[in-house]
Design a protein around this ligand. Structure first.
Ligand SMILES: C[S@@+](CC[C@H](N)C(=O)[O-])C[C@H]1O[C@@H](n2cnc3c(N)ncnc32)[C@H](O)[C@@H]1O
Ligand SMILES: O=C(O)C(=O)C[C@]1(C(=O)O)C=C[C@@H](O)C=C1
Length: 267
């Protein structure tokens, strides 16, 4: 029987073939037992193994943001242009674009610093999008030799760079974009109003609890991310984009303390 309400075209219902969500062995339980010393969060084998489940349960609006990438590309990407997916992890943004655009619409390079992520992204993208021109490269987005591109996606990646490196990266991305090109920048953000920020963070923790994380998991992950994921305010992001030369930027999505911006390079 046809489902009464089909959401397939509304959000990217990404499926990572190797990680069925119903299989408990792929569930994120990294911070579920008390740890004597909580190590700094890193994108290692342990995180790779449960990453689709972790990010889906930890980032409000993750599926909606991925689902919009193809629609943004349809409006802003020149046919056949090159696209970057920077800090690609397992390649979810690339997978979302390939699911929504035909193979001749774009060429794409997905880049990540974590060898474990790159290995799995390569396997997944080769298996899932055999007709698309997608390359996965291991590299640091601070030192990459960028090629001219029509669209660049930074989905929850800039927040992991030391703050002092962020201006230079955004300036290099502006330089790499072709006239009329777009940067999609998704980030965890801080609200500059202390009271509003506290409300967002408290409701974010409620969101995590509702998604099955315990108080222990929430607090241990928070410790692991301290000084590793350093969020900026939306104002700081827009100011940085303007300094880098983007003629216009706007926040097109926000859900609690997570947001996505789009920045336009003048045509
Ligand atoms: C939260 S994940 C990104 C999620 C992914 N974009 C998605 O949509 O599913 C952040 C990723 O950025 C990568 N990363 C962090 N610093 C990096 C750098 N300097 N260069 C390249 N990748 C980096 C990490 O290895 C990690 O895989
Ligand atoms: O769990 C959190 O507190 C998060 O901030 C979520 C977040 C992120 O925003 O990148 C943190 C680490 C993992 O990469 C997945 C998601």
């Amino acid at each position: 029987m046809q489902p009464a309400y089909d959401t397939r075209n509304i959000v990217a219902n990404l499926h990572f073939p190797a990680c069925p969500m119903s299989d408990a062995s792929y569930r994120d339980a990294i911070f579920s037992t008390p740890l004597d010393r909580v190590a700094r969060f890193s994108f290692d084998e342990q995180v790779v193994a449960c990453f689709p489940d972790m990010i889906r349960r930890s980032v409000p609006g993750y599926g909606q943001i991925l689902g919009m990438l193809g629609l943004i590309a349809q409006r802003h990407l020149r046919h056949g242009a090159h696209v970057y997916d920077l800090g690609c992890s397992l390649g979810a943004a690339s997978l979302a674009l390939a699911g929504q655009l035909p193979p001749d619409a774009f060429r794409l390079t997905a880049v990540d610093l974590s060898p474990a992520m790159v290995a799995r992204a390569r396997e997944t993208l080769a298996a899932e999008c055999p007709g698309h021109a997608i390359e996965v490269a291991e590299g640091d987005i601070r030192t990459l030799d960028y090629r001219p591109s029509g669209m660049i996606v930074l989905n929850f990646t800039l927040q992991f760079l030391p703050r002092e490196d962020r201006d230079a990266v955004i300036a290099r991305l502006h330089e790499a974009l072709e006239p009329g090109g777009v940067l999609v920048l998704s980030e965890k953000v801080v609200d500059l109003d202390e009271q509003d920020n506290a409300w967002r963070v408290e409701r974010y923790h409620d969101f995590k609890r509702a998604n099955g994380y315990s108080d222990l998991e929430i607090s241990q992950k928070r410790n692991a991310l301290e000084n590793v994921l350093v969020p900026d305010s939306l104002d700081a992001h827009h100011d940085r984009l303007a300094r880098a030369g983007f003629s216009r930027s706007l926040t097109w999505f926000q859900y609690l303390n997570f947001a996505s911006l789009i920045a336009f390079k003048e045509a």
